[in-house]
Structure formats: structure tokens, C-alpha cells
Design a protein around this ligand. Structure first.
Ligand code: SF4
Length: 388
């Protein structure tokens, strides 16, 4: 399986918590689309002849692009790559952009079949604290419109752990998401990333981080309520109704090859990793004017690939496929991993069992090492202890 990710680094305004790479200078969009098309053409051999099973328009805010621009990029993907007829094609959207007109054009002109909406919370006060553009009712209306236009695979992002947020308030957000019947939900605790306005507010004492205990209780509540509502907890921050896991993200967790197009995008072909500079100017100059330096690369040695595979796989409900790991890295590495894991297995934080792929509930003949449910809260420490 192979995937393509295309980055659209444009936002109408910046949210106070965000450290993603994006700009509010929308005037560059047309040139950027030209560069995306040229890069797609330049990288048409990167995935060898693998069929593209997932395509992801991420950002920034892809829904800040005109439908005509998105359509040009999409056509270019289809003309240079073999895209599977049943490919999962996701687009990230801001609820505020999803007017009837926009959705109608999107539905008619692009084969997008999965929308991911940055809802974040259903509390208007907190939305304005984050400086999001939409209101709670706006997000609910946008989801309703997506349904009306035939989108039956909807994902939303939620944030918890706001300063002063109570468990009851968080529960109200979860209940609202469940009532809306979204197929997929990603939930993250509010992060204070250096360089963001939110980080400065924390540093100056204008806001206080929520207690770690409260944050853990919020995560536990999320797990309990979503599981009871029929969602599968298939990755630390991700939940889905059966059959609606993100096939694109699962590809990253599975070690599949992917091509990243656009400023700041990363690619992986099994041996090396490449990345484009997080600068629109450098990216445009590199692609459109043939100047060097927009793309870097590194060969991945076994140790790096092993550690990355551990870090990514152990975050999923499937865990590490030990049978595949042995095939890929040899029996010695498997024995070494299990010896490092032994104390955690004894304490009931890790377990060895049959491997169950994310897209099914049926165990395979392969063996897996995975976190037990109670260990999910301390996963970072456990995973880094297993590194080579
Ligand atoms: S959170 Fe999304 S919409 Fe807000 S600034 Fe970041 S990328 Fe843009």
C-alpha cells in the first residue's frame, strides 16, 4: 500500500495553540498550486509503481483553497499516479468554510470521500479562547450539511484539558460528539507548544495548565464513554466506529510508503525519509525556479527504523507485530525487545498475544506485543524504555 499527503499551508487566521506550519497570506495560493502540480510530476516515480490507496489533503486549512485549485491538484495526482478506485480520500476542513455552495462544488468536482473537521469543542467560550473562526452551532450545522451532501465518513477533532475545564464540561463535549454520530474522532489534550500565543499566556501566568490528574480522568472518561457508544479505541488518540479507522494514518503506523507533497511535507520509501522545508518561499523557489534546498533527506539505519516502528506501533491497539519484526530485523532483535519488555509484562503493562490488524477484530497467526489498557496513560515512558 502507498499513500500521498498534500499539504495546504494556508489559514484564514491563526489559532492560539497551533504550532503547525501555515500562513495567513492567501495571495500565494495560485503559485503554490502550480508548485504542487510540478512537484507531483517531479516525484511521480517515488512510490515505484505502488497503487495509491489513500490520499490526504491536510493543512493548514485545505478548505481555504478554492474548489478549482483543489480540483487542479487532484487531477494532477490522478494523471501521475495509479490511484485505487476504492482509495480513501480525506480532506481536512474548517467548519466555517463548509457552506452549501462549497460542499456542493466539492462533492461534484472532487472524489473526496472522507472529511475531517477541526471542531475542537462545542463550547463557544472555549472556541473563542482558542481563536477558532467557528461557533459550536456553526460546527453542528456544518456536520449536518456534510451529511446532506452525501458524506458518510466524517471525522472530528476534539481538545480537552482547557484551563478551568471541569470533567462535566468535557463530558458534555463527548456526549455531543456521540449524539452527532460521527464515524471517527481524534481527541488531544491541550498542548502548550513553545512559540505559540498560548505558550506565552502560560509563561506570563495568564492561564494555568489543568492538573495532570484531571487530564488523566478526562482521558479515562473519553475511553469509557466512546467504548460504551460502540467506538473502537484503535490508537492512543483515535476512535472509530467499526470499519471507519483512518486508513491513511494506519498506513503511517504500518510502515507503508508515502509521498508528501508541499511545503513541510515528509516522505518515506522504506529506506530513506525526505522532507520539504517549512517555508513557502523556499519551497516555491525550489520548485518553480529550480533553486536547490527545498528538500532534505536521510537514509534510515536499522536502529532508527526499529525505534520508529516501536514508537508508532505501540500507540495502536494492534501493537508491534512480533512476527513481522523478526522477519524484518532478525530473531536477535525480537529476543532483545522481549527481554526489555519483560519487567513491563510482569507488571501487567505490556502483553504478548495474537496480532489483530487495525481494520479487523479477527486475530491472525502472528504474535504481537502491546500495551495493556491500564498502561496507555504511561505509554511514553514505557515505549522509550524499549528503544535500542
Ligand atoms: S489549528 Fe488549524 S486552522 Fe488553526 S492555525 Fe492551526 S492549522 Fe490553522
Amino acid at each position: 500500500m502507498a499513500s500521498i499527503y498534500i499539504h495546504f499551508p494556508f489559514c484564514k487566521s491563526r489559532c492560539i495553540y497551533c504550532d503547525f506550519f501555515s500562513t495567513t497570506f492567501l495571495g500565494l495560493r495560485s503559485r503554490y498550486v502550480e508548485a504542487l502540480k510540478k512537484e507531483l510530476e517531479m516525484q511521480c516515480g517515488y512510490l515505484s509503481s505502488s497503487q495509491v490507496k489513500t490520499l490526504y489533503f491536510g493543512g493548514g486549512t485545505p478548505s481555504q483553497m478554492d474548489i478549482g485549485m483543489l480540483s487542479e491538484v487532484m487531477d494532477c495526482v490522478y494523471s501521475h499516479f495509479d490511484v485505487s478506485p476504492d482509495a480513501e480520500i480525506t480532506m481536512e476542513c474548517n467548519p466555517d468554510d463548509l457552506s452549501d455552495e462549497y460542499l456542493c462544488a466539492l462533492r461534484t468536482r472532487l472524489p473526496v470521500n472522507r472529511l475531517s473537521l477541526g471542531v475542537q469543542t462545542f463550547d463557544d467560550g472555549r472556541l473563542s479562547f482558542l481563536r477558532r473562526r467557528h461557533s459550536a452551532s456553526g460546527a453542528i450545522e456544518a456536520l449536518r450539511r456534510c451529511r446532506a451532501h452525501g458524506y458518510d465518513n466524517l471525522s472530528i477533532d476534539l481538545i480537552y484539558g482547557f484551563p478551568g475545564q471541569s470533567l462535566d464540561e468535557w463530558e458534555a463535549d463527548i456526549d455531543r460528539a456521540i449524539d452527532l454520530g460521527v464515524e471517527h474522532l481524534s481527541a488531544y489534550s491541550l498542548m502548550y507548544e513553545e512559540g505559540t500565543a498560548l505558550y506565552d499566556m502560560l509563561s506570563s501566568g495568564a492561564v494555568e495548565e489543568v492538573d495532570e490528574e484531571v487530564s488523566v480522568s478526562m482521558y479515562e472518561l473519553l475511553l469509557k464513554k466512546l467504548t460504551a457508544a460502540g467506538y473502537r479505541h484503535y490508537e492512543i488518540s483515535n476512535f472509530c466506529k467499526p470499519g471507519f479507522h483512518s486508513r491513511h494514518n494506519s498506513g503511517y503506523w504500518d510502515g507503508s510508503h508515502y509521498l508528501g507533497i508541499g511545503a513541510g511535507a515528509h516522505s518515506y520509501n522504506g529506506k530513506s525519509r525526505e522532507w520539504n522545508e517549512c517555508s513557502i518561499e523556499l519551497y516555491l523557489a525550489g520548485i518553480l525556479e529550480g533553486k536547490n534546498g527545498y528538500r532534505g533527506s536521510e537514509m534510515l539505519d536499522d536502529r532508527t527504523r526499529f525505534n520508529e516502528m516501536l514508537m508508532i506501533s505501540l500507540r495502536t491497539s494492534s501493537g508491534v507485530n512480533l512476527t513481522r519484526l523478526e522477519r524484518q530485523f532478525g530473531q536477535e532483535m525480537k529476543i532483545l525487545l522481549l527481554s526489555k519488555a519483560a519487567p513491563y509484562i510482569d507488571r501487567g503493562q505490556l502483553e504478548v498475544d495474537r496480532y489483530v490488524p487495525i481494520d479487523t477484530v479477527k486475530p491472525t497467526a502472528d504474535e504481537a506485543l502491546r500495551l495493556t489498557r491500564g498502561a496507555v496513560f504511561t505509554s511514553n515512558g514505557i515505549i522509550s524504555d524499549l528503544f535500542l
